[in-house]
Design a protein around this ligand. Structure first.
Ligand code: HEC
Length: 137
C-alpha cells in the first residue's frame, strides 16, 4: 500500500489544528490584554495612544519589537544589562515586573491584577508576539 497520500493528509490536518490552537490562544490573549489593562500602558496600534503608558514611558508594542534588544536595570535603579524581548523575559516581565526594569521608564511596571496564570501569560505572549511586524510607513 502507498502510505504517502495518507501521511500528507495527516500532516496537513495537524498543521491546520496547530494554526487553530494558535489562533484561539491569540484571541484569548487579546481579551486578557484588555481585561488585565495592559492596553492602558502598552500601545499596540499606531493610531491609538496608551495615555498611562505615555506618562510612564512604558515600552510600546509597535513595529518589529519581538526579539529586539533593550537595556534593563536589575531591579529599579540597579545594574544595567542588555536583554532580548523573548519568551522568558516576557513571562518574567509580567510575573515579576520589578526584576528587570526597562531603561528610560519612569517607574517599574505595576504587577497585573491577579489572578494571572501561566496559561494567561502564554496567551498574552502569543497575542503580543503576533503584533510584532515590520513597520509599514
Ligand atoms: C500602569 C502601566 C502598565 C500596565 C497596566 C502594564 N504595563 Fe507592562 N510595562 C509598564 C512599564 C512602565 C514598563 C517598563 C518598566 C519595566 O520594565 O518595569 C513595562 C514593561 C513591560 C514589558 C517589558 C517590555 C520591554 O519592551 O522590555 C512587558 C513584556 C510588559 N510590560 C507586559 C505587560 C502586560 C502583558 C501587561 C498586562 C498584563 C502589562 N505589561 C501592563 C507599564 C505597564
Amino acid at each position: 500500500m502507498n502510505w504517502k497520500p495518507l501521511i500528507i493528509l495527516v500532516s496537513a490536518l495537524a498543521t491546520v489544528s496547530v494554526r487553530a490552537d494558535e489562533k484561539a490562544l491569540i484571541a484569548k490573549g487579546k481579551v486578557l490584554f484588555m481585561t488585565k489593562i495592559c492596553f492602558t500602558c502598552h500601545q499596540t496600534d499606531p493610531a491609538v495612544p496608551a495615555p498611562a503608558g505615555l506618562a510612564l514611558k512604558a515600552p510600546t508594542f509597535l513595529g518589529e519589537f519581538w526579539g529586539a534588544e533593550r537595556e534593563v536595570a536589575l531591579g529599579f535603579g540597579g545594574k544595567v544589562v542588555k536583554v532580548k524581548l523573548d519568551e522568558k523575559y516576557f513571562a518574567e516581565s509580567v510575573k515579576m515586573p520589578m526584576a528587570k526594569v526597562v531603561k528610560g521608564a519612569l517607574v517599574p511596571m505595576p504587577p497585573p491584577p491577579p489572578p494571572i496564570t501561566d496559561e494567561d501569560i502564554a496567551a498574552l505572549m502569543a497575542y503580543v508576539k503576533s503584533l510584532s511586524k515590520p513597520q509599514v510607513k
